[in-house]
Write a protein that binds this ligand. Structure first.
Ligand SMILES: [Ca+2]
Ligand SMILES: [Ca+2]
Ligand SMILES: [Ca+2]
Length: 371
């Protein structure tokens, strides 16, 4: 069967203002309905899933997962900048700044508060194993959830082959489940099987709009760990589990998540804080970072981010930030554990000399970009 692949027509669960303003409050991931008329929603029960306070939402766009008292992680494509709001654990915070992964669809944001420091009580560690495939995971997200059934007339009766997405915004958290299927060459992968299919798990679910950045959690010896972040689904606006032309045939929609375990080093670095001046968070302070700073030289405003060259988070890119680049010039990030094992820190270069060299290079870069 011909399948779409990420980057080749898959629907990325992106920011959607239009959906956010609709009335109504369907929510969360798309779950199959209870076959008992009037029965409760078939949602993963409390006690078999992480705490509700672990998953939040980034303004009216994506879902997020808490990793520390003040750090959240989500996909990079989900939208929302510095100063936008994140609601998690029953509280709203501001995004102070965020770190964007140099290649993967990931970013870690640091929350700030207008009054006291954020102190999230519930958060999870990341999954560090490489045995995700075939494991059953729990999926939590603030997506739009299930809407009306999609039906086709077949063998003298109406048969449901899928569901439209709901029309709510991202105001409701819902918990589903699924099984990770092996998919060589891709990150985490699963399909939305129909009820009664042998491969289906209890509370079989698929993400919908606003579930970008929603967590795929694995039970790691009794502790919930973050294994993936929802990135894309096969179809937009609706989810299928049977073939629309012949509903006797299963046709489960695909879903994808960014794998966290293979990016563990980067996530740890983002939580620890990258080197001052490492604006693209690749672990080194070099000409690429200087270029980022140079192209935003003297920029100021509430939306200025770390990636723009703002080391000290004052909303300005200026000589203070350039000084940090100079002090760490050509330095490489070392995890805290390595530093205490006698690895030592790189010897700083003579500050003034480096600052002069870096400053001259910044100006040269800037002139070249202008010209
Ligand atoms: Ca499945
Ligand atoms: Ca860098
Ligand atoms: Ca600054």
């Amino acid at each position: 069967m011909e399948r779409n692949r990420p980057g080749g027509g898959l629907y990325v669960l992106a920011f959607s203002v239009a959906l956010a303003v609709y009335a109504g409050s369907a929510g969360g991931v798309v779950l199959h309905p209870n076959p008992t008329p009037g029965g409760p929603e078939l949602e993963v029960p409390a006690g078999q899933r992480p705490s509700d306070d672990v998953v939040g939402r980034w303004s009216s766009s994506a879902s997020v997962v808490a990793l520390s008292p003040r750090h959240i992680i989500t996909t990079a494509h989900g939208g929302g900048g510095v100063g936008s709001s994140v609601t998690i654990g029953g509280q709203s915070y501001q995004v102070g700044w965020y770190y964007r992964h140099p290649t993967a669809d990931l970013r870690v944001a640091v929350l700030t508060d207008l009054g006291e420091e954020p102190d999230l009580q519930d958060y999870v560690d990341i999954y560090r194993g490489s045995d995700e495939d075939t494991q059953t995971f729990v999926l939590g997200g603030y997506g739009v959830g299930r809407g009306d059934p999609l039906q086709t007339f077949y063998n003298d009766q109406w048969v449901t082959y899928g569901y439209e997405w709901g029309e709510g915004g991202n105001d409701t958290l819902r918990w589903g489940s699924n099984r990770i299927d092996p998919s060589p060459g891709f990150d985490l992968f699963a399909v939305w099987d129909g009820p009664g299919i042998a491969a289906a798990v209890p509370y079989e679910a698929i993400p919908a709009d606003h579930d970008s950045g929603a967590g795929w959690f694995l039970d790691d010896g009794g502790e919930w760990k973050l294994a993936g972040l929802t990135q894309a689904v096969e179809r937009t606006g609706e989810s299928w589990y049977r073939n629309s032309g012949n509903p006797e045939l299963p046709d489960p929609d695909e879903m994808y998540a960014v794998r966290v375990s293979t990016n563990a080093y980067w996530v740890d670095m983002a939580l620890d804080g990258p080197l001052a001046g490492d604006f693209n968070t690749d672990g080194t302070v070099n000409i690429t970072d200087l270029g980022a700073l140079a192209s935003n030289w003297q920029a100021s405003g509430p939306g200025v981010n770390w990636s723009d060259g703002d080391v000290n988070h004052d909303g300005k890119v200026n000589i203070t930030d350039l000084g940090a680049v100079a002090s760490n010039w050509k330095h490489e990030y070392a995890p805290p554990a390595a530093a205490t094992m006698g690895g030592g820190q790189p010897v700083p270069e003579p500050g003034t000399l480096a600052l002069l060299a870096v400053g001259a290079a910044a100006l040269a870069l800037r002139r070249r970009r202008k010209g």
